[in-house]
Design a protein around this ligand. Structure first.
Ligand code: FES
Ligand code: FES
Length: 173
């Protein structure tokens, strides 16, 4: 299979790798970089488990080839937490019991980071609309919405919700 060398920044770390041209961004993150927090569910762009931020926008990484991310800034769930503390959204998901199996959680978190960067204090219906591309088979969504609402309410008028990566995760060398 033909390959290409790409350079991109993942969780604030710039790296260069040779990748098969038909490898998806999701598989590249998981298999080449060891960032297995990006989950792969449907591989059809429907479940949102593979959501990452690409240049600040949420994308389904199963629908992109890694080579299409050349030169871009990627944030995965591993990039959210700081060294000593969870990201406020991760803490809120924990506090509000907003996950059960956790399969959808990385994608939910990144979709929520995107929402709060655009709307710091979203209402429940706005949260539900924004998460329409992220499916959860366990929670019924109620506590996910509560967690995001809580961070939004807490962050209103402050600057506590970071939308960029603060930790690199454990990217494989
Ligand atoms: S695995 Fe990408 S949307 Fe489901
Ligand atoms: S917590 Fe299991 S799919 Fe959402």
């Amino acid at each position: 299979m033909s390959t290409r060398t790409i350079t991109l920044t993942v969780n604030d770390q710039t790296l260069t790798r040779e990748v098969p041209v038909r490898k998806t961004l999701a598989d590249f993150l998981r298999e080449d970089l060891g960032l297995t927090g990006t989950h792969v569910g449907c591989e059809l762009g429907q479940c949102g488990a593979c959501t990452v931020l690409l240049n600040g926008d949420p994308v389904k990484s199963c629908l992109l080839f890694a080579v299409q991310a050349e030169g871009s800034q990627i944030v995965t769930v591993e990039g959210l937490a700081g060294k000593d503390a969870l990201h406020p959204l991760q803490q809120a998901f924990h506090d509000h019991h907003a996950l059960q199996c956790g399969f959808c959680t990385p994608g939910m978190l990144l979709a929520a980071v995107d929402l709060l960067s655009r709307n710091p204090a979203p209402k429940a219906d706005e949260i539900r609309r924004h998460l329409s591309g992220n499916l959860c088979r366990c929670t019924g969504y109620v506590n996910i919405v509560k967690a995001i609402e809580a961070v939004g309410a807490g962050a209103a008028g402050t600057d506590t919700v970071s939308t960029g990566a603060v930790g690199a995760g454990n990217i494989q060398k």
